[in-house]
Design a protein around this ligand. Structure first.
Ligand code: C2O
Ligand code: CU
Ligand code: CU
Length: 544
């Protein structure tokens, strides 16, 4: 299957636009390019920084609970939000807010989330970092169709005002109808559901900062850009026993860059604005960067903090932007950002950083002690990888009132199991590359549902080796991993602990150890630069 077929259209439809041959940049240029993406400039005047308070996403309450299970309900819906002061932005939301509501759950409890799709497009919900059975993992063709637009009903809704992407929806719903797919022997039908469905998360995992987001094949980039993302925080007894900052001093921070059109809507360079066809225009093949930095959905917000320790759960939910975060000023003695956890929960011991590089989909759990700053200090969170306005992220106003703080960061946080390289039954290699004809590929293959690049035995430990041309934040579903080496040397400064996303830098290779546990089925391996992902840098692996 070639890329045109992946995109579900013929060359004639779009001509030589995004579908044309891709120029393959020279190695030297790729290296010089460094960080991926291109900035899409907003068409509105941007607000001054640090004018709006940091919002906190609402915490969702279960609709009911029993001895084993907590049940939640979320309606996916359009909401008109005031993101830039004085302007309305139509967002695709979980429950009417951006970010969506936070699920705060206990390890060991089963979580069942009923989603209802009132959006104008099909959706797919994935719990990122979740240890989830395949049928609830958000396989990219397991569509949840909009209410009333189900199979057979598609015809009837063709005239519904405001429906966008119907052609794509119907096309994707009937994947088997796509050119090149009908004859593929292994093609799964896709577990398509009408209007509402439940996702079940058994809760067999430790405390960690997870997040949920849309994962529809070919359209994850525009869906997240328009707002489909939220936190899912898992708590457990091990973590509760530590004297870490909590309550008002435990704050989730979802970073995302965005661009805005003249009317206040989100601007996104989709090759097809109706979103019937996946992908972005040629210029943005390497990723879409916004010129506005949002934290929890607010542009360059500010937060008043006590002179005390705070736990900041950072998530980079940007489509393609990589940040290098740093406080300005730095406290005397540096090491302001004390990392206590990563994608997969607590580290064994804290790691102090002056600056922190965070790639799309990565999470860093930090403790920052604001008592190290004099009362009244304005501390900016900077992005040293930014340009112009994206060099600033948010502001902390250090209050001068006197407070008590009985929190601490223990020298030992927990005991982590180390996966043993000697236990690995096989080593597999995956190359992340751009190809002339197929867009972004893994082992030269553009994504095709049902074609797996690896079959692995349930319970086995394996070494997976990734190598790359340009930056790719690579993510595995189902199980977390441990980084073994980078280009043959020690893991990097940001690789500690259990991770589910690892940033490959240009011309680098990374080896990791992963053990496939509990759930058989087809899972995903992909680049979390969402434009790369949508333009086919994704693969199935099958656990059996
Ligand atoms: Cu955060 Cu497969 O995704
Ligand atoms: Cu994931
Ligand atoms: Cu990539």
């Amino acid at each position: 299957m070639n890329r045109r077929r992946f995109l579900g259209i013929g060359a004639a439809v779009v001509g030589t636009g995004a579908m044309g041959a891709f120029a393959v940049p020279s190695a030297a240029r790729l290296l010089a390019e460094g960080r991926p993406g291109r900035v899409l400039g907003s068409a509105v005047e941007l607000p001054a920084p640090f004018q709006v308070p940091l919002p906190l996403p609402p915490v969702l309450q279960p609709v009911r609970s029993d001895g084993t299970t907590d049940h939640y309900e979320i309606t996916q819906q359009i909401a008109r939000l005031e993101i830039l002061p004085g302007l309305r932005t139509e967002a695709w939301t979980y429950g009417g807010s951006y970010p969506g509501p936070t699920l705060a759950v206990r390890a060991g409890r089963q979580i069942v989330v009923r989603h209802r799709n009132e959006l104008p497009v099909p959706s797919v919900v994935h719990l990122h970092g979740g240890h989830t059975p395949a049928d609830s993992d958000g396989y990219p063709i397991d569509l949840l169709l909009p209410v009333g637009a189900g199979a057979g009903g598609a015809q009837g809704t063709a005239g519904t005002a405001g429906m966008v992407g119907m052609a794509g929806m119907v096309g994707m719903a009937g994947m088997a109808g796509m050119p090149g797919m009908a004859h593929h022997a292994d093609l799964p039908a896709g577990r398509t559901t009408d209007g509402e469905r439940t996702y079940t998360y058994p809760g067999r995992q430790r405390a960690a900062t997870l997040w949920y987001h849309d994962h529809r094949m070919g359209f994850t980039g525009p869906a997240l850009w328009r707002g489909l993302a939220g936190f899912h925080l898992v708590h457990d007894d091990e973590e509760d026993a530590l004297p870490l900052p909590r309550g008002e001093r435990e704050i989730p921070l979802m970073l995302a860059d965005r661009s805005f059109a003249e009317d206040g809507s989100f601007a996104y360079p989709a090759v097809d604005p109706t979103l019937a066809v996946p992908g972005v225009t040629d210029d943005y093949m390497n990723g879409v960067l916004g010129d506005v930095v949002l934290v929890n959905g607010a542009p360059w917000p500010r937060l008043t903090v006590d002179r005390a320790r705070y736990r900041l759960r950072l998530l980079n939910s940007s489509n393609a932007r990589l940040y290098r975060l740093e406080l300005d000023p730095q406290p005397a003695g540096g090491d302001a950002l004390v990392q206590i956890g990563g994608d997969g929960g607590l580290l064994e011991a804290p790691v102090a950083h002056d600056s922190l590089e965070i790639a799309p989909a990565e999470r860093f759990d930090l403790v920052v002690d604001f008592s190290r700053f004099p009362p009244g200090t304005s501390v900016r969170l900077m992005n040293r990888f930014g340009s112009d306005r994206t060099t600033e992220v948010m502001l902390f106003d250090v209050s001068s009132r006197t407070v008590t703080d009985d929190s601490a960061v223990p020298e030992r946080l927990c005991t982590l199991e180390r996966l043993d390289p000697a236990a690995a039954v096989t080593t597999r290699t995956f190359g992340f590359r751009r190809s002339r004809d197929d867009g972004w590929t893994i082992n030269n293959q553009p994504y095709e549902p049902g074609r797996s690049l690896a079959r692995t035995a349930l319970g086995s430990t394996e070494i997976w080796r990734f190598f790359t041309d340009v930056h790719h934040p690579v993510h595995l579903h189902l199980d977390p991993f441990q980084v073994l080496s980078r280009s043959g040397a020690e893991p990097g400064r940001y690789d500690a602990g259990w991770k589910d996303t690892v940033d490959l830098r240009p011309a680098e290779s990374v080896e990791l150890l992963v053990r496939f546990t509990d759930y058989p089925g087809a899972y995903m391996l992909h680049c979390h630069n969402l434009e790369h992902e949508d333009m086919a840098m994704m693969a199935d692996f099958v656990v059996e």
